[in-house]
Design a protein around this ligand. Structure first.
Ligand SMILES: CC(C)(COP(=O)(O)OP(=O)(O)OC[C@H]1O[C@@H](n2cnc3c(N)ncnc32)[C@H](O)[C@@H]1OP(=O)(O)O)[C@@H](O)C(=O)NCCC(=O)NCCS
Length: 243
């Protein structure tokens, strides 16, 4: 638990989220964005996994964040939400700093996160904390495209190596849970089971394409280039900070 004073002299406590916090979290995250929010659907899982943290002011939950410690030495930060009534007083900053300290103590070497291109408040927050943009991805439900499935283990590995060269050593998972991380070729190999070669890119079964979305089935994809999306969510910027 950490205690701090927000910009307007309110005392903010940060602690691990508990099951009894869930109704309050759902209450203030239901309509975060114009389309709603995915957070109410995942908060149960995050709290039970013990990876979510909350900011509390006078017994009221006013902020939440989730942190996943990846085997790559990266702490993946996601789901930062501050109750509209308590924004712009430092709660988002305090939550992010708290989980970064926790990640550092747990041995993580980098913190990473992802922000929709339009989300100016979050970009400002990330820059203010010292995060630097490292990758730009397009997200959406990609249409199925003509691909050749690469099955030769050496050529699969070579495709992963080339993909990591192009991204500067980063990869993301797009189907279901969006996570981006620095990755070694061995880590990529441990995640990726199928490689698809297309006209305009190389796709991986983790829902990531380098180039345009390249997938033999319609699925959620993060890709480094724009392409054929059935439903397009937009551009997201991946940030990193050395802890
Ligand atoms: C983004 C969000 C988490 C910021 O939380 P917060 O507690 O208000 O942020 P802080 O008070 O710690 O602000 C820190 C800095 O972020 C930037 N910032 C925060 N809100 C901003 C806004 N509305 N416009 C522009 N910059 C903003 C500023 O640089 C600010 O520093 P300053 O107040 O000294 O100028 C909050 O607005 C929120 O919950 N938004 C909706 C959900 C969301 O977009 N989550 C992030 C998804 S990646």
């Amino acid at each position: 638990m950490a205690s701090g004073i927000a910009d307007n002299n309110l005392e903010v406590n940060i602690r691990k989220a508990e099951v009894f916090d869930i109704p309050q979290i759902i209450d203030f995250t239901r309509n975060t964005f114009s389309w709603g929010d995915y957070l109410p659907n995942v908060i149960n899982e995050w709290v039970r996994a013990g990876t979510a943290y909350v900011a509390v002011v006078r017994n009221e939950v006013v902020g939440v964040i989730n942190i996943e410690l990846l085997p790559t030495g990266v702490a993946w930060l996601e789901g930062l939400r501050v109750k509209p009534s308590h924004r712009r007083i430092g709660v988002g900053t305090a939550l992010t700093k708290f989980v970064m300290d926790h990640a550092r103590q747990a041995g993580a070497k980098y913190a990473m996160l992802m922000i929709a291109e339009w989300n100016e408040a979050s970009h400002n927050l990330a820059h203010k904390l010292g995060f630097k943009p490292v990758l730009r991805v397009h997200a959406g439900i990609a249409k199925e495209s003509y691909t050749i499935r690469e099955t030769n283990p050496e050529r699969m590995r070579e495709a992963m190596r080339q993909a990591l060269d192009i991204t500067g050593g980063y990869l993301c998972t797009g189907n279901g849970h969006w996570i981006c991380t620095r990755a070694t070729i061995d880590y990529a190999h441990s995640l990726i089971k199928e490689v698809y070669v297309g006209d305009k890119g190389v796709g991986f079964d983790i829902g990531f394409s380098v180039g345009s979305p390249t997938t033999p089935v319609k699925m959620e994809v993060l890709s480094t280039d724009y392409g054929d999306f059935d439903k397009y969510y937009g551009v997201y910027i991946v940030y990193e900070l050395r802890l």
